[in-house]
Write a protein that binds this ligand. Sequence first.
Ligand SMILES: C[S@@+](CC[C@H](N)C(=O)[O-])C[C@H]1O[C@@H](n2cnc3c(N)ncnc32)[C@H](O)[C@@H]1O
Length: 311
Amino acid sequence: MTLPNDNIIEVLAAQAHIWHHTFNYINSMSLKCALQLGTPDIIHSHGQAMTLSDLVDVLPIENNAKILDYIFRLMHILIHAGFFNQTKVNNKEDEEEEGYILTPTSRLLLKDDLLSQVPYVQTELDPYFMDPWHSLSKWIMKGDESSTTPFAFAHGKPLFDCDTPLVASIVIQHCKGVFEGLKSLLDVGGGTRAVAKVIANALPEINCIVFDLPHIIEGCEASKNLSYVTGDMFQSIPSADAMLLKSVLHDWSDEDCIKILRKCKEAIPSKENGGKERNQQEWEKLFFDVGFTDYNIIPTLGLRSIIEAFP
Ligand SMILES: C[S@@+](CC[C@H](N)C(=O)[O-])C[C@H]1O[C@@H](n2cnc3c(N)ncnc32)[C@H](O)[C@@H]1O
């Protein structure tokens, strides 16, 4: 087969594109391995750039000598992926050598960090969530609704919401205005109540109520301006000045979303304040179908946004 000259660059770029996507899993699997080995925490505790041999000495591995080369390769992938960086440091022999340091990304991969993403990454990269992707085409061909698809999330289980403290802190720092004038706020499907806790602490004038299924709320003790109510959002939602729905609607179909939003709207006293990802038009349609009169998208949360819907 001969290729016209002017096509060669394009074909090579196309091949690179395919390879890039074919080997994408190497990044996520290397990340998983680094977390299982506790690498970010080890480098962090070292207190300065950590040489390869220092790292291998403390990693929980059996055959240090043999494994050194593999750790080097693993770290090379992770540096390339932006999880670690390198800088010059003096080794035990007082010679200058490259040492590994954390990046802003791996700071979020420290186990005890308030904003740690470790449980989230570990959960998402668990075979429970990954295996269904291997049989997506099979499922699509058979249309067997009884088996698990990657799109099927475990409704009713707050499996991971470790991004919540991060999101809540950003919301309070940068979007405090959305809470202005509220006397009460209901966190619908509030899960592990991390958002409500942050809001209740930062805004003591607002009565924050976490609303979720009974087994989620079980054992939660109310404090000052934070309380808990159990129930089913499809049946009835307690009244409050505003409803907060974080990481809830994307778990439900349009039909279910409309039901939830209707219940929310019914539960907001009428006054002037205020299972798929959707684009702006789709959100707009949902809000207007339910009867909300206006909405506002505040894109301050990285990949996510705050959406205000006005009754
Ligand atoms: C993905 S979690 C989100 C938790 C929290 N909003 C956050 O962002 O951290 C979804 C939450 O919706 C709750 N939920 C599911 N079905 C519900 C229902 N019918 N009524 C009330 N809450 C429900 C779950 O228990 C879970 O806590």
